[in-house]
Design a protein around this ligand. Structure first.
Ligand SMILES: [Zn+2]
Length: 142
């Protein structure tokens, strides 16, 4: 087993079902109701910060979300500062980094985030495809 799951492992993990604390499911449902991808970029960040606060409440955690346009990469969690840094709003990336804040390794973080996303964002989940251990939204022609 490598540090990062392969595409095959990722697809297998995404197909699993796992249990979440009721408060986590509630927080994620409330976040979904806020329509994460709607509104201006600033509004989308505000919604993600609200979600981060609700997740902190659910886990008695103290993660701080940092928006850094100069950050290159999907996202990262800093264990020393308890900060998640992201350059753009991505629900799955946020969930993945949040999983790291709970002490989960790469395989567990991929599983945890994808299964949670699938459970609450059913329609969006059907529109993602996998690239290695990364899930990406399929951009459809409009
Ligand atoms: Zn990771």
């Amino acid at each position: 087993m490598g540090m990062y799951p392969t595409k095959e492992e990722t697809i297998k993990y995404a197909a699993e079902n796992r249990k979440y604390k009721p408060k986590v499911l509630l927080a994620t449902k409330l976040y979904a109701r806020l329509k994460p991808w709607r509104g201006t970029e600033d509004e989308q960040w505000d919604k993600l910060r609200i979600y981060c606060t609700m997740m902190n409440e659910a886990y008695r955690n103290d993660v701080f979300l940092v928006r850094d346009a100069n950050y290159h990469g999907e996202g990262c969690f800093n264990l020393a500062t308890h900060k998640i840094t992201m350059s753009k709003v991505s629900v799955i990336t946020f969930m993945h980094e949040y999983a790291h804040s709970l002490g989960k390794d790469e395989h567990e973080a991929v599983k945890w985030s994808l299964c949670l996303f699938k459970r609450i964002f059913k329609k969006s989940f059907s529109n993602i495809e996998f690239e290695g251990h990364m899930a990406r939204k399929v951009v459809k022609d409009v």
